[in-house]
Structures are given as C-alpha cells and as structure tokens.
Design a protein around this ligand. Structure first.
Ligand SMILES: *Cc1c(COP(=O)(O)O)cnc(C)c1O
Length: 375
C-alpha cells in the first residue's frame, strides 16, 4: 500500500457541525462557529484578538494593510519560505529584502537581520519553520530599536511556544504585532482552506475588524455599538463562511489528541534516525517547543537527496523536498540582482520532509525509518 506524504485527518464531528451550520440558516461569516473558534484561540493561547480568515495568505494581506505598507517601503522576509510570506507585501508594492537562514536551522538568522535594515524598512516577517520558533526575543529587540512592525507567519506554528530569557513563555503568533496562521489541509489543524489573524497590539484591533468586513463597520453594528453601518476604510472579504468554521471547530475540539498523536510520530522518527550519520535531524533550540508540524531530515547534498527520494518512491513512499529560495524565483529575479543566501539555498537542495499524518501507522513508519537507515 502506498504511503502518501500527507492525509487530511477528520476528527469526528466535522460533517455534523457543518450540517448544524447549514440547518441553522446562517452560513455566511462571523456566526456561531466563527465566534466559538475565535473564543477558543483567545482563551487557550491568550491571543488578545483573533479573526478567522479564508487562508493564511489572506491573514498576511491583512497584516500588510494594517501595517500600512506603501510603495517603496522595505520589508525583510526570509528567503526560505512559502510565496505568501512575501506576496502579501509585494501587492502593496513594497520592496522585499530577503534574509538568510541559520546554517543549521531553516529559520531566519536573527543576527543577520540588523544589517538589512535601512531608513526605508517598515516591517520584518518571520516564519516559524516546521512550527519551531525563530529567536523572537532578539527579533523583537531589533524591531523596537528601529520602530518596525513584526509579522509572524505562524502558518505552521499552531500550539507552539517561545520562552524568553526571563522565563515567560508566549505562544507563537502572539509575540509580534500580528500573527498569521493556516488551516490548509497540510497543516496540523485543518479546514480545507482557512486561516487566522492574531492582533497582539490592541491599537490595530478596531481597524482589523473593518478591513476584515469589506471596509465597513459591520462588526460594531452587530454588537449594537452603532445604529447603522457603512464604508469607512479599505478592506476586502477576508472572513470564512460558517461552513468552514464549523469544520474547524470540530478539529479544535480534538486538538490535544491530534497534537499528541503527531508528537508520537515525530519522536519515533527522531529516535529511529538519530544514529544515522549520513543525515542531519532538526534542531529545536532551548527557547522553542516542537508542535510536530513536520519531520524533516537534511541530506549532505542534492544528489543524495534525489536518490533517497527515488528509493523511497520505489517503495511506494512519498517524501518531498520543500521551498525553492524566493530570492532566486523567476518573479523576483525579473527586477532584482542576484543575492547570495547560501543557507537558504542549501535547505532548498538538501531538506527532505517525511510522511507525517495522524493515520500513519507504526508499521508504515518503521518501514520508512528502515529504508532510510539502510540507504
Ligand atoms: C502553508 C503556508 C502558508 C500559506 O497558507 P494558506 O493558508 O494556504 O494561505 C504561508 N506561509 C507558510 C510558512 C506556510 O507554511
């Protein structure tokens, strides 16, 4: 039997809650299920304000609007990430300045950020790769020093934390000014397509709601704060329908079980592969937790990785590489000179993701581990 790379997991009540939403007669956005989900996130993780969105890409676009990114502003973005982390700011005509990863960790190298700052820099985007925290204490200090907005692309980072040097622990997505999460079917907690914006600086909270609801003050109207609503700002339709939120609510009811299961799989890979000296395993810095979003290995070179992918494929196992450095993309190089970001390029060539999903069996996993160790 084939072992896919990912298999979306249904935790039980998804279709029941969708049916309930449909039968309730309220299936557009910001109804019962949207509010249940937002309340869950605010209470469980202590996020000041959350708004569900139709994707993480959307949530990032809201960040770009809220941060007031304008033409020719500079935004620092890691090169080793998904297109959306940069695209949201490109749409505001910002100039993207790409940053490199650490040598031994795909996350942005916090010590290399300050050199990229100019008088035009407006924001820093950080990506918590594989749900493992970037060095947020350092990054927030730099942002404060230069008065910059920090946007956490926390697409992969649900239920993961950063510990500051004074011992305080904060959830990822709750540290910068904004956080953007994804519930795409490839993430830990899913709704097909889906996302969430966290607003951690309350100065932006009211405007966020307006941008979310097509530039209108409809949310205040429904809370009874004003007696008519109208067009007050820019915005778009960023909110998901209740059908999506109902699905998400069923997932959130089972978040502990889902996370425990994924962590078990992650740990089995780690134990099974840690003595293999031909590959390198993920590093989890002391300040970070592991939410088991992804299990990746780093191969010694592209050739080794290609042959390993082929070997696994022969055995009906789908393991996949990940990002192509954005600074070398067709789109970016049309208008920009070559930059040298060697660590990002190495992860492009050498990083390999192994199957990790709720229903992956012990036997299947053992087969993958044995094949890699014998390779
Ligand atoms: C998945 C992902 C996104 C995009 O999420 P969508 O919900 O599909 O828009 C953005 N950034 C990162 C780092 C991701 O992993």
């Amino acid at each position: 039997m084939k072992i896919p790379f990912n298999k979306p997991y249904l935790s039980g009540n998804e279709t029941k809650y969708i049916e309930d939403a449909v039968k309730s007669g309220k299936i557009s956005g910001n109804g019962k299920y949207t509010q249940l989900c937002q309340k869950f996130f605010e209470e469980t993780y202590g996020f000041k304000k959350t708004l569900l969105t139709t994707s993480c890409t959307d949530a990032l676009e809201m960040c770009a609007i809220l941060a007031d990114i304008k033409a020719d502003d500079e935004v620092i973005v890691p090169s080793y990430t998904f297109v959306s982390s940069a695209l949201a700011f490109v749409r505001q005509n910002a100039h993207i300045v790409f940053a490199d990863s650490y040598q031994d960790n795909p996350n942005v190298d916090a010590d290399k950020i300050e050199n990229l700052i100019t008088i035009k820099t407006k924001a820093i985007v950080v990506v918590h790769y594989a749900g493992i925290a970037c060095d947020m204490e350092k990054i927030m200090q730099i942002a404060e020093k230069y008065n910059l907005i920090v946007i956490e692309d926390a697409a992969q980072a649900i239920d993961s934390y950063y510990t500051f040097s004074d011992g305080t622990r904060k959830p990822l997505g709750g540290i910068g000014h904004f956080g953007a999460f994804s519930f795409h079917e490839t993430k830990n907690i899913i709704s097909g397509e889906g996302g969430m914006l966290t607003i951690n600086d309350s100065r932006f909270a009211d405007r966020a709601e307006i941008i979310w609801e097509k530039g209108t003050n409809r949310s205040s109207f429904f809370r009874g704060e004003i007696n008519k609503y109208g067009w007050v700002d820019t915005g778009s339709s960023f909110l998901p329908s209740e059908i999506i939120s109902a699905f998400l609510w069923a997932q959130l009811e089972n978040i502990e079980d889902i996370q425990e299961k994924r962590l078990g799989i992650w740990n089995k890979y780690y134990e099974g592969l840690k003595c293999n000296d031909k590959i390198t395993l993920p590093i989890i810095p002391e300040y970070a937790t592991n939410n088991a979003h992804m299990f990746y290995i780093v191969c010694k070179d592209l050739d080794f990785r290609s042959k390993l992918i082929a070997k696994l494929k022969e055995n009906d196992i789908l393991a996949v590489f990940h990002y192509l450095s954005l600074h070398k993309s067709d789109f970016y190089t049309q208008n920009h000179d070559d930059r040298d970001l060697p660590n990002s390029d190495r992860f492009e060539d050498c990083l390999l993701r192994l199957p990790l999903f709720y229903e992956l069996t012990d036997e299947q996993q053992q087969k993958i581990i044995d094949l890699i160790n014998k390779f």
